[in-house]
Design a protein around this ligand. Structure first.
Ligand SMILES: C[S@@+](CC[C@H](N)C(=O)[O-])C[C@H]1O[C@@H](n2cnc3c(N)ncnc32)[C@H](O)[C@@H]1O
Length: 330
């Protein structure tokens, strides 16, 4: 990306998360001062000239972080400055239907290369267009405003379908048909259905009942299921009672979507990773009672590193309300 001078940054976040984002920035001692703010949009003034590395700060509440070129009266003016600054792709974002949404242009599905410069035009009013730029990197969403614009299919029994599909798109997760996922808190089965539709087998741990649509793929004897067909095994008990025997061989992913505190979820993640050393990745939904629990971020990330994960991200997704996801790879 061409270097340029800007002391300003802007972040796109979920409406209602602005305060938590500012707290997160303060906690990280970044010395960025919050400047202008609208729903889902926060600008910061940095103490010194921001450099490309400035944007590498992993902020859980920022779905997109950009250098800011300021405010323009028309979209065309904003695009012009981004072209002048050599943006190779231009994304569009707008506050619409109470959400900070990515534009639905063809660019949304364009594959981005590592270090490709991406411009973003954020529409906040009929005469308020902000222009910003960032560099695409791994673990950054390739979609405008970090929002893939997914719509839940009718056959999904729960909104959790969106959480699995959005996290897969945000982090560009490469699942394999050979993967076996264990999901704690799997009922009624939105995540399980998304995984089965992707051809991935699932062991679901939850004392609650599963939806019919999921039970169609259920097996009681996974050893004798044809290897070309994804299966679901329901371990109908609380997570704490699940044992190594329930897991069997070859589990490669740990997922949790339980209504439990982050501490309980992370503790179970550590226990399951000990029982199944073949686990290579984890996706944990952390349900928060208050977004200010972000103050515990370092503690959570440290616990994941202690389990043996080396690449760990904490992120709020566009489909989240009072929750965050931890995506971790060994
Ligand atoms: C938000 S729902 C999960 C939605 C689900 N992932 C889906 O895809 O539809 C939370 C689930 O966590 C389960 N749960 C809560 N505590 C649990 C525990 N200790 N062990 C297993 N499941 C638990 C609840 O029974 C509930 O079904």
């Amino acid at each position: 990306m061409k270097s340029f001078e800007s002391e300003y940054l802007f972040a796109l976040c979920n409406p209602g998360s602005e305060k938590a984002l500012k707290l997160e920035v303060e906690m990280m001692s970044l010395e960025w001062r919050p400047s202008y703010q609208r729903r889902g949009f926060v600008t910061f003034k940095t103490d010194s000239q921001a450099s490309v590395g400035t944007l590498d700060v992993p902020l859980a509440f920022a779905r997109r972080l950009c250098f800011s070129f300021g405010k323009f009266k028309t979209r065309e003016e904003a695009i012009e400055i981004l072209k002048f600054e050599a943006a190779s792709v231009i994304h569009h974002a707008r506050f619409h239907e109470r959400k900070m949404q990515g534009g639905s242009q063809a660019t949304s599905h364009q594959k981005l290369e590592e270090y490709q410069s991406v411009g973003t035009v954020v529409e906040l009013g009929s005469q308020e267009f902000w222009a910003g730029m960032h560099c695409h990197r791994s673990f950054l969403s390739p979609y405008p405003a970090g929002d893939s614009g997914l719509i839940m299919p009718d056959h999904s029994p729960s909104r959790a379908w969106l959480k699995l599909e959005e996290v897969a798109r945000f982090f560009d997760i490469k699942f394999s048909p050979l993967d076996i996922v264990v999901e704690l808190g799997c009922a009624p089965g939105g995540v399980v259905l998304a995984l089965l539709d992707r051809g991935i087998s699932v062991i679901g741990v939850d004392p609650a009942k599963m939806a019919e649509a999921v039970m169609k793929s259920a097996t009681t004897n996974r050893e004798h299921t044809p290897s070309d067909r994804a299966w679901f095994f329901h371990c109908r008990k609380p997570a704490a009672l699940a044992s190594k025997r329930d897991l069997g061989q070859g589990v490669t992913w740990f997922m949790s979507d339980m209504n439990q505190s982050p501490e309980v979820v992370i503790k179970e993640c550590a226990r399951f990773c000990k029982m199944a050393t073949t686990i290579r990745g984890a996706i944990l939904t952390l349900k928060l009672t208050d977004l200010h629990q972000i103050a515990d971020k370092d503690k959570w990330l440290y616990s994941l590193a202690e389990i043996g994960f080396t690449k760990i991200r904490l992120q709020q997704l566009s489909v989240h309300h009072k929750e965050l996801v931890i995506f971790a790879l060994k």
